[in-house]
Design a binder for this molecule. Structure first.
Ligand SMILES: Cc1cc2nc3c(=O)[nH]c(=O)nc-3n(C[C@H](O)[C@H](O)[C@H](O)COP(=O)(O)OP(=O)(O)OC[C@H]3O[C@@H](n4cnc5c(N)ncnc54)[C@H](O)[C@@H]3O)c2cc1C
Length: 403
């Protein structure tokens, strides 16, 4: 039986992060969007407060599983639920700022899943430092986005080293990251079985940052191209070591990451949609047409009611996927369901709520205009909506188990 009454810890995180989002994050959002810059003082502040994107494993003084949070009253871990609750609140504040929180980010889970104790200490240990640091996740390539099996970045063995050649694109925090978990193939003819995961540190000869992308939304979040040109990494940077890879472990490590991160992405989409809902409904109550509040027009009532219904449904799917992860129940299908539904729904909700506000909704001193631009990417990154639907239907039809 699923009970979504918040535990004391979950509620405390929600209240605390909501306060932070309202008072520290939201006031910076429009300016950060305009300048494509997040002030360093803000980043240092979140670091000092211990707010991060991804946590540390137990052996490094963290709370385990990369998310922490202990257990709820029923004895079930609650780190994934805390993560989605926190992600909704912070994205409510601003989605670009949350993607820039210091920490291992999406690059962390593959290290936690596949890494040796030494690799975890080396690459995740850096986040104990007082100054902000980032990790990044390098999977997507020109020509290999949804088609993950088609990655063409090569890893050639050369003595005790591997030599990487290829280009990764659209990598979040790719330029500011201390290291990038980089997926490459040792043999492209083997498809998924050829995949390996390396941790490539900034400053490694042959590794450089290419262009920084200009985007429609999430403008203050850094999206970088990364170039590997005869980039030599020691075999110690191969996650799990050579013996770890008997079959498709590299590919599965890349995919398993998403079982916990897709609900996070869904939660962010819910946070943005909720923020827009609050703005638009306040607007509809305060603004009048033909002598009555906009909120009293039937069409507006329908848009508002539909938005709220969809936001709540998206949150429930998200919390279910996070609860399953906490309870160690395979959740790949439910994680994809939450991501597919929340992202698509939030895109529709934003379109409806901009409509509710009329011209005010498209003015760029209004948050709703920004969120309308920000939200689209949620239906694209971490697997497009179409790919989520394939993941879901494969599991439904073929009754495949989670990775
Ligand atoms: C802001 C941003 C941040 C990102 N951050 C990262 C990051 O940190 N690390 C990283 O590795 N990547 C990152 N990405 C990349 C992201 O994961 C990819 O953009 C995404 O996987 C889609 O790949 P693509 O853009 O190549 O689109 P494509 O795969 O080319 O898809 C184009 C269209 O074709 C559809 N399509 C493709 N294949 C199929 C299929 N088999 N069946 C049905 N439809 C299909 C898609 O759904 C889509 O509509 C980021 C992207 C953005 C925009």
């Amino acid at each position: 039986m699923i009970d979504f009454t918040l535990s004391e810890t979950q509620d405390m995180v929600k209240q605390m992060l909501h306060w932070f989002a309202e008072n520290e994050v939201r006031p910076l959002a429009l300016e950060a969007d305009r300048t494509h810059q997040i002030p360093m003082e803000f980043i240092q502040k979140v670091k000092d407060l211990g707010i991060s994107m991804g946590g540390l494993p137990k052996e490094l003084g963290g709370e385990g599983d990369g998310v922490g949070g202990g257990k709820d009253k029923g004895g079930v871990k609650q780190g994934n639920r805390i993560a989605v609750i926190g992600a909704e609140e912070l994205a409510w504040g601003d989605p670009a700022l949350i993607l820039t929180l210091p920490g291992p980010g999406l690059g962390g889970p593959p290290i936690a899943i596949m890494g040796t104790p030494e690799q975890k200490a080396k690459y995740l240990g850096i986040f104990k430092a007082k100054e902000p640091k980032w990790g990044a996740y390098g999977l997507t390539e020109p020509g290999a986005g949804s088609d993950v099996a088609g990655i063409r970045t090569t890893a050639r063995k050369d003595g005790d080293h591997y030599v990487l050649n290829g280009t990764k694109c659209f990598i979040t925090n790719g330029a500011r990251a201390s290291w990038v978990t980089t997926f490459a193939t040792v043999d492209a003819t083997k498809g998924r079985a050829g995949h390996r995961a390396f941790v490539v540190e900034q400053g490694t000869p042959g590794f450089r940052v290419g262009k920084i992308e200009e985007k429609m939304g999430l403008r203050a979040s850094e999206t970088a191209e990364l170039v590997y040109d005869e980039c030599r990494v020691h075999k110690d940077a191969l996650l799990g070591g050579e013996a770890y890879y008997e079959g498709k472990e590299g590919f599965m490590g890349a995919m398993k990451t998403f079982d916990t991160t897709r609900p996070m992405v869904a939660a962010m989409a819910v946070g943005i949609a909720r923020a827009a809902y609050e703005k638009a409904t306040a607007f509809a109550k305060e603004n009048f047409e033909l002598g009555r509040p906009i909120a009293r027009y039937r069409h507006v009532e329908e848009l508002v009611a539909r938005s709220k219904r969809r936001i709540d449904a998206a949150r429930l799917l998200t919390w279910r996927a996070a609860w399953m992860a906490d309870a160690s129940i395979a959740n790949a299908k439910e994680a994809s369901m939450s991501k597919a539904y929340a992202a698509r729904t939030a895109v529709d909700v934003l379109a409806d709520l901009v409509q509710v506000m009329g011209a005010a909704g498209v003015m760029n001193d209004q948050f709703v205009e920004k969120w309308f631009r920000d939200i689209k990417v949620y239906d694209i990154f971490e697997g497009t909506g179409e790919i989520q639907r394939i993941v879901i239907s494969k599991r439904l039809i073929a009754n495949l188990k989670s990775f």
